[in-house]
Design a protein around this ligand. Structure first.
Ligand SMILES: NC(=O)c1ccc[n+]([C@@H]2O[C@H](COP(=O)([O-])OP(=O)(O)OC[C@H]3O[C@@H](n4cnc5c(N)ncnc54)[C@H](O)[C@@H]3O)[C@@H](O)[C@H]2O)c1
Length: 440
């Protein structure tokens, strides 16, 4: 490490909405986690974005947070030339660039934290994985939902059999009809699309709770042919206000993005799943739901049912066991998991080792959950362990979402291992994407 043994230099590449949210996560990490045994200090030394306004916006915000302004760069090459001994990088660009940028840094011997989705295709994920192994560096995927302490509690309850053996998973969310989902690029095939952008979160949680997804039978469709509404999302203003919506209002304005988009990638998926251990799943993900939005997640088992904790809300899981009319209260939930305890960093961030609920503003939750991702990354670097969400987990999430498209094209169920293999047996959708990305 460049500074002291416990200091890790870091550059942020991609200074849009998530780059700024990560910066706030780093500040929260510095307040609560830094200094705990096994957790290094991160020093933000550089920021990179071809958009001059966004890179300077983030550099200014970092100067305020850390009293030291990172050097702004327009390109990765210029950054690496100025910092040839950089320890780590945080990649928060659009996902189409994740593989190229991550591989470039890994080849230069830099530890990589990359936002989800890890990349657009399995072959891109494999290239990143190989580069990390070649370099002997950490490759960590910033998948934040599972770091919520109440998601941890949900998993602990499942592990002790609070609802018996899981048999059935329901995961349904419908909304965002006609509206641009955060940024226009999310509606373009060569940038991934909303099913990938959002769906990897769903898959990561399914796999975290119940094990890997083995079979996918799906139909995908593009239902909304035009979307509007970017300018109306969140307040605008000269500085970056604190909420994610306000941050995007500023960064999107800096990027001068359009407020109308004609999507060219499917926005809706209906799927049945088979998970490891035999759990059956039913998954609906649609960003074309006009009118009332709808969301429901549930896991049924041989002895009860559970609605998992909705991540980043402060609410815990709802657990109903056979023979009891009312859901278990927090005391009863915690009594079922006497060994449950979150790690030291999460406990510091959220204010407790065995939480059944927490009461924080959304903006504080966001900071803390991003800080928890940096804790996973920092601890992996410091003590030389694999990150909790690494290439295997990141690639699996990408493979399962791509399996939705492959299955729909073939009009039959597909085995995820056929989509996820080094030489995939099923690769129509992904092969087209890889070809078109290479041609771009
Ligand atoms: N985990 C979550 O909850 C969550 C939420 C939002 C976004 N994300 C992820 O974060 C990533 C970024 O999304 P966003 O919403 O911040 O997008 P964004 O469009 O707001 O920001 C992307 C930034 O990357 C910059 N960029 C483009 N090319 C670049 C290059 N070659 N080098 C450096 N910077 C470059 C753009 O100019 C822009 O400023 C995506 O992978 C997205 O899926 C995750």
């Amino acid at each position: 490490m460049a500074g002291s043994a416990r200091e890790v230099t870091i550059a942020i590449v991609g200074c849009g909405g998530m780059g700024n949210r990560h910066l706030r996560g780093l500040a929260e990490y510095a307040r609560h986690v830094e200094g705990l045994p096994g957790y290094p200090k991160f020093r933000v030394v550089a920021a990179c974005d071809p958009n001059d306004r966004n890179v300077n916006l983030l550099a200014d915000a970092a100067a305020q947070a850390f009293r030291s302004r990172p050097r702004p760069f327009a390109t990765v090459d210029a950054l690496l030339e100025a910092f040839p001994r950089l320890d780590s990088v945080d990649i928060t660009t659009e996902p189409r660039l994740h593989a190229t940028i991550a591989t470039r840094f890994l080849d230069a011997g830099v530890h990589v934290l990359v936002e989800k989705p890890m990349a657009l295709t399995v072959s891109q994920c494999n290239a990143m994985d190989r580069a990390a192994k070649r370099a002997g560096r950490v490759l960590c995927v910033a998948e934040n939902y599972r770091f919520d302490p109440l998601v941890r509690l949900t998993r602990a309850l499942l592990d002790v059999g609070a609802i018996g053996m899981p048999t059935l998973l329901l995961d349904h969310s419908v909304g965002s009809g006609g509206r641009i989902v955060i940024t226009p690029w999310r509606h373009k095939r060569l940038y991934g699309g909303t099913l990938l952008d959002v769906g990897v979160h769903n898959v990561d949680l399914m796999a975290y709770y119940l094990g890997r997804i083995e079979t996918v039978n799906a139909k995908v469709a593009l239902l909304d042919k035009v979307r509007h509404g970017l300018r109306s999302q969140g307040p605008t203003g000269p500085g970056v206000a604190e909420s994610p919506g306000a941050i995007y209002a500023v960064t999107n304005a800096n990027l001068a993005v359009e407020d109308t988009v004609a999507p060219d990638v499917e926005d809706t998926a209906l799927a049945t799943l088979e998970l490891a251990g035999g759990t059956l799943g039913h998954w609906t993900l649609s960003h074309a739901g006009h009118g009332a939005s709808f969301g429901h997640k549930a896991i049924y088992g041989t002895g009860g049912s559970m609605e998992p904790a909705p991540p980043r809300t402060g609410s815990g899981p709802t657990v109903r066991v056979d023979g009891s009319a009312a859901p278990l209260d927090i005391v009863a939930q915690l009594a079922l998991v006497p060994d449950f305890a979150v790690d030291a960093a999460t406990a510091r961030l959220f204010g407790g080792v065995r939480l059944g609920a927490y009461h924080l503003e959304a903006i504080d939750i966001d900071r803390k959950i991003q800080a928890a991702v940096f804790a996973d990354f920092g601890n992996a670097i410091a003590i030389g362990r694999p990150p909790e969400v690494g290439a295997d987990e990141g690639r699996h999430a990408v493979a399962v979402v791509n399996a939705l498209f492959e299955s729909s094209r073939l009009a039959r169920p597909v085995s995820v291992s056929d989509v996820e293999a080094e030489v995939p047996a099923v690769s129509g959708w992904q092969a087209d994407l890889d070809r078109d990305l290479a041609a771009k």
